[in-house]
Design a protein around this ligand. Sequence first.
Ligand code: SAH
Ligand code: F3S
Length: 487
Amino acid sequence: MNGKGHSEKIMDESQQGSTLTLEKTEDNTRKLYIESYGCQMNFSDSEIVASILAKEGFNTTNLLEEADLVLVNTCSIREKAELTVRKRLEKFNAVKKINPGMKVGVLGCMAERLKSKFLEEEKIVDMVVGPDAYKDLPNLIQEIDEGRNAVNVLLSKDETYGDVAPVRLNSNGVTAFVSITRGCDNMCTFCVVPFTRGRERSRNPQSILEEANDLWEKGFKEITLLGQNVDSYLWYGGGLKKDFKRATEMQKATSVNFAKLLDMVAMAQPKMRIRFSTSNPQDMTLDVIETMAKHKNICNYIHLPVQSGSDRILKAMNRLHTRAEYFELIDNIRRINPDCAISQDMITGFPTETEQDHQDTLSLMEYVKYDFGFMFAYSERPGTRAAHKLVDDIPEETKKRRLREIIALQQKHGLYRTQQHIGNIEEVLIEGSSKKSEAHWMGRNSQNTVVVFPKEHYKIGEFVHVSIKECTSATLIGEAVALSSNN
Ligand code: SAH
Ligand code: F3S
């Protein structure tokens, strides 16, 4: 998952044009406006929040001005992500002047990081709720209704929201996220996530299968299994991953790892496309790659962040693999799934990064030739091990110049990869209209590359065989040949 700073409003057409409501309306509903920032998990969490609040009589609205409750699901991954949220709070402040009854709550990673300090720093905020405390929202809302501020930032050992059926927000009705793990135990030294999302725990596979089946029944055609570190998924009856060693023999014998979970989901819905994100190289095992090869409906795409190509920097980041081990993993993926697309996350300018370390990153990229990537300049995060132990010593210009160099190389590799698709006929799942042209559909192939083609008589949600004619470094352009037999 990547903190790409996209924002989302809940769209609910039925709410449009309705009048300003400050009190509970006759049918006892109030209006909720929710915005999400950061990783896919946050977007998925907002769907859980909307579901919990629907039971409390909240209908969603896409009009900020008419909201009784405004929630912002926040990201802390880089300083810039936090600044974006602070800017939004200024906007909410302006709206509150027109609608003084409006309450504002902050959810997610910034809530967890700043806790009640948020209330002091941002006077507009009435409520601060961490990622494991969403089931407490009804109580917290009662508190703020009674005029008190409310805070719950407790992290949990077993909360996975497995029993909450998410309300799909802003959905295309075709693709959906299904969260399978929460938290992260990896402790990469630059990363704030283990502090904001707590220790790693996995969701009951049965509830994952039920959600997948339910989505299929509702017409969805593709799911992405989500977690900070999906390959580390391990169900042994509940509880933290780190406590598995204390599990009973029976629990160990019946435990479900990620490869097994993938196998179960792929078999439960053989026509549904299955994706997953994110894979940490240190946890990805051969049986996951083999399970991908075994099932046609598991997409040929792995997001495999490496962060750096230098062994010294990988060590300082506490990434628990070497450059050579990463290459071995890449070679295994290519051997078992030759058509598999691979993408990366990279960080430039981690403390002490030398020009040679940066060259090592560039040469690693040359070896893999990633299909795409998400690249960032290092941003020191308070509370992390890197912030405690290392000086953020790489000048901003150097971080930015190195970033430009890896982005340019990635673009070259992206183009190299998209060019390999020209002349192929590939199965594409139609997700919606192309952003650039109403006359074209936009969908993805198995490798997660965007494909654009004239609409003709095809419909959203259909699998179509598309003949690939042209490309840019990120998009394939083609013409539909026929419906796929997968429909
Ligand atoms: N395992 C997670 C990683 C979340 S963070 C997942 O599911 O994707 C996403 C990416 O943000 C990381 O892979 C890393 O490249 C980047 N990132 C994290 N902390 C950062 C920091 N302090 N500065 C810059 N980039 C960072
Ligand atoms: Fe962060 Fe590393 Fe986990 S990047 S989310 S600590 S795998």
